[in-house]
Design a binder for this molecule. Sequence first.
Ligand SMILES: C[S@@+](CC[C@H](N)C(=O)[O-])C[C@H]1O[C@@H](n2cnc3c(N)ncnc32)[C@H](O)[C@@H]1O
Length: 350
Amino acid sequence: MPARFLFTAIQAGAERALKNEIAREHPELRFAFSRPGFVTFRLPDEMRGDFALRSVFARTWGYSLGKVGGAADAQLASDAWRLVGEQPPDGPVRHVHVWQRDRPLPGDEGYDGAADELARSVGALLVEQEPDRAKLPKVNSVATAGDVVLDCALVERDEWWLGWHRAQAPETRWPGGAPTIALPARLISRAYLKIAEALEWSELPIAAGDRCVEIGSSPGGSCLALLERGLNVTGIDPAEMDAEVLAHPRFTHVRARAKDVKRSVFRNCRWFVMDANVAPSYTLDTLDGVLTQAGARPEGLVLTFKLTDPALAEKLPQLAERIRRYGYRRVRMRQLAFNRQEVCAVADRP
Ligand SMILES: C[S@@+](CC[C@H](N)C(=O)[O-])C[C@H]1O[C@@H](n2cnc3c(N)ncnc32)[C@H](O)[C@@H]1O
């Protein structure tokens, strides 16, 4: 039986933005079920085989098989495989991805790893109950592109929603669309996690020795992540930088607002990052100054757009269009798992 529903894992609170986006991008989908962090849609009866979801707000997505419920985990795990048997995925299940909706991630207040522990133990139960013992799936590891993944979203402690997808793009290989990023000894800022995810998701071909300029660099989490990858980093920010970043031999601080810096700061800059706490239109005006007045020609851009007003989510297609007008043919946007009320835009000319 072909899949009838689709599930999405999203940031809790982004449900409205996701529903509006799907209504615009995929009018053929009908909203079905929603809890903070987890939303499903009904697929049309007639569906082509090559469906791909276009969404900024979905961390990841897949075909939904429905839910199982009850107090006994072992029974839920066995019921889960019954659902899989009724609507078999397109191939053998190689991975089981289990995650709790609406869970704090590393760097969030309230993160203590307990949700990860619960997810792992549910995953282990699912593997135990797997009916075909020939090749046991792995639990919550990064899937290989092409592999079929069984998804289990713990929507409530006693209500698990099952689904499956074929891993392809990086975000579809991560459990619940959230990458595991090793925390540094000291997290200078959450921006460390944001840029790490942005680079893994976008697969921008950054290389050691490249020059990168970041506007809005203080206190320096993302600069540190870029320095760790061997880049030469210039940070532009009127605010102070963290001492560890400031002391790094490949780091230069230009302590000023973006509009007050000399053109030469952008010379030979291969990558341009901007994460300033300003409105998206101001971010693009600043980018305009860098590309037109300062004459910089970075190969790739990584921009954070703050969604201070929920209505800004509706403007994302226009923002992407403005970036394309500068000659960046490919503009991709994603609400990163490590983003808050903001989204990440990556532009390049592949
Ligand atoms: C969210 S913080 C950046 C975090 C930083 N990327 C990190 O990795 O830690 C925003 C920063 O943008 C800076 N900012 C705001 N407007 C700016 C402007 N016009 N030029 C340069 N920096 C600006 C602020 O001073 C603030 O430090």
